[in-house]
Design a protein around this ligand. Sequence first.
Ligand SMILES: O=C(O)CCC(=O)C(=O)O
Ligand SMILES: [Fe+2]
Length: 326
Amino acid sequence: MTSNIVPLIDCSTINGNFDEISAIDLNAVANEIGAAMTGIGMCNLINHGVDMKKIETIYKVSDKFFNLPEEKKLKYRCDVQTKSIHGYGCAGDQKFTEATELKEWWYVAGLDADHECKYPNEEIPEFKLAFDDIRSDLKNLTKIFLRCVEIYLKLEEEFLISKHQNLGLKKHIEMRSLYYYTIKPEDKIPENSIRLGEHQDFGTVTFVMQDLVGGLEVKTSDNKWIEAVPVKDAILVNSGLLLEYWTGGLFHAAPHRVKKLPDMRMNARPRQSFVYFADPDEGTHVYPTLPVLPQKKMEFERFGNRVIESTSFIQGLIDASTIRRY
Ligand SMILES: O=C(O)CCC(=O)C(=O)O
Ligand SMILES: [Fe+2]
């Protein structure tokens, strides 16, 4: 078995309803989470309380969607020009680097009134429900995680949680289902292509659920790419750039990517992942609440060491990775 560089953290003592978890149990896990996130910048949570059968259902409905004929999928293509990224995206719609990204996805973003019409209800009646069903589990885990960050960094209780009251109720992304489709040996794929280009996540925290196919890699502080080996039923946690800035650089936003698997036979089955993004409420002002780490000072200069408004910051990063096709 390949060893996994991403620390594994057992959450069985803290996996219930957030309001009923004991402070002692939270303290113990907060130390483990803090150590992992201030180190490599990722951890794998197991026994986290999120119902993985619901994730299986998301994979199933997604698989049905991504196997629809192209013209059907294109009916739901996201319309970046209206600043809503909700819906279907195909290869070329998003680029984090110069390489073409061989992936498709469905973003759930900006929960607003006209959303009902933006799901493939006609083709897959159970599609929207599958995403709606997972929301409360992931919101509960978000609160647990944020509380652990508050404890680890000795921040005032609710400092972060109070700024995440409206998870998902905003213009930007809430979650996405990714589909890394089959590549056959005879398929002509651009020389300069990857599954998902190197990037850091944008907001507070990301939860990644991946199937067992593999390919996700994390960049270490000495610029080496190491595989984040899939762990059955685990949730991989990533700090976003906002959390990194908020914590003076302590919670490291680890660069990551999904590579093409080295052997073509390994690309003969699709890879699926499901990602949940927790971001601050619109209008949240983010600034370093702890002394900025010396090695982050230069990097943070791009923010001018000033207060950032969370939603416009995230929207800017979304635009930068998706706007190029227009
Ligand atoms: O597909 C994956 O495993 C990673 C996805 C990811 O990094 C993202 O959507 O931001
Ligand atoms: Fe990511």
